[in-house]
Design a protein around this ligand. Structure first.
Ligand code: DGL
Length: 265
């Protein structure tokens, strides 16, 4: 019997589902444990010390409980801070989610790129270093959103989220240089895994069309490379969903597509 691989996907809430969805496509045979640290959501409002003190031991407990073959930190706010700590503490391989500044700057034609993330992510030294190393001459605008992750959670939970609320959060991404020949932002990095949950509305509410860069497919390819070939029958693979608050998920139908058609236990 081949060993069934377990992949643990960690986020602060439901945003990591946008990463999970892509990983399940490339590895439908794996067993998935999705963990939402909703008891401490949103990480974007916490200090760096608080995030490290919360996430590092919690991920350690999850590794001890579920013995995953690989852990995906499907959260930019955590990855840009705790990945190095996690790799130093635990032996399991980690894949993080960090702002896709390099590919965005490589593909921007107007050389104007915005990075939309939580207030925590845009402040990180990790993010500043990505800009220093990979901006490739582009003008990069950092936009720290206070509420977009919470709005995405609310929308997925069936709440009524107004267009004006989303439009106000994304507006600073759209930069236009004054002058006779205006140059404007053509690429926006989605540097929070919650934001692709609102993809249709982001496209609809954008003042002009831009390329929205979602790193989830690249993360899924990295996971597949690290884990190697498929190791079991996708029809027999299962999935679990855990909230650190202890609540049970009540979203079965909405969640099924993210888990590749499975109903998570
Ligand atoms: N999903 C998280 C991220 O990618 C952010 C949400 C939060 O602030 O907790 O950054």
């Amino acid at each position: 019997m081949p060993h069934r691989q377990t992949i643990l996907v960690f986020d602060t809430g439901l945003g990591g589902l946008t990463v999970l969805r892509e990983i399940v496509r490339t590895r439908p045979d794996a067993h998935y444990v999705y963990v939402a640290d909703d008891a401490f959501f949103p990480y974007g409002h916490r200090s760096e010390e608080q995030v490290i003190a919360r996430a590092v031991p919690l991920v350690g407990e999850l590794i001890a409980a579920h013995a995953p073959d690989l852990v995906v930190i499907a959260c930019n706010t955590a990855s840009t801070l705790v990945l190095s700590h996690l790799r130093a503490e635990y032996r399991v391989p980690f894949v993080g989610t960090v702002p896709a500044i390099k590919p965005a700057c490589a593909s921007s034609r107007s050389r104007r790129v915005s990075v939309l993330g939580t207030k925590g992510t845009v402040k990180r030294e990790y993010t500043q270093a990505l800009i220093r190393d990979f901006a490739q001459g582009c003008q990069v605008t950092l936009v720290g959103s206070a509420d977009l992750a919470s709005l995405a959670e609310a929308a997925l939970n069936g709440g009524d989220v107004g267009d004006h609320e989303i439009a106000a959060e994304i507006a600073p991404c759209f930069v236009e240089d004054a002058g006779g020949n205006p140059v404007r932002t053509d690429t926006v990095v989605l540097a929070c895994t919650h934001y692709p949950l609102l993809m249709d509305r982001l496209v609809q509410l954008a003042p002009w069309p831009v390329d929205w860069i979602d790193p989830a497919p690249a993360i899924a390819r990295r996971v597949a490379d690290l884990l190697g070939p498929r190791s079991g029958d996708a029809n027999l693979a299962g999935a679990e969903m855990i909230f650190t608050s202890g609540r049970r998920h009540t979203l079965a139908e909405t969640l099924v597509p993210f888990f590749g058609g499975r109903v998570p236990a």
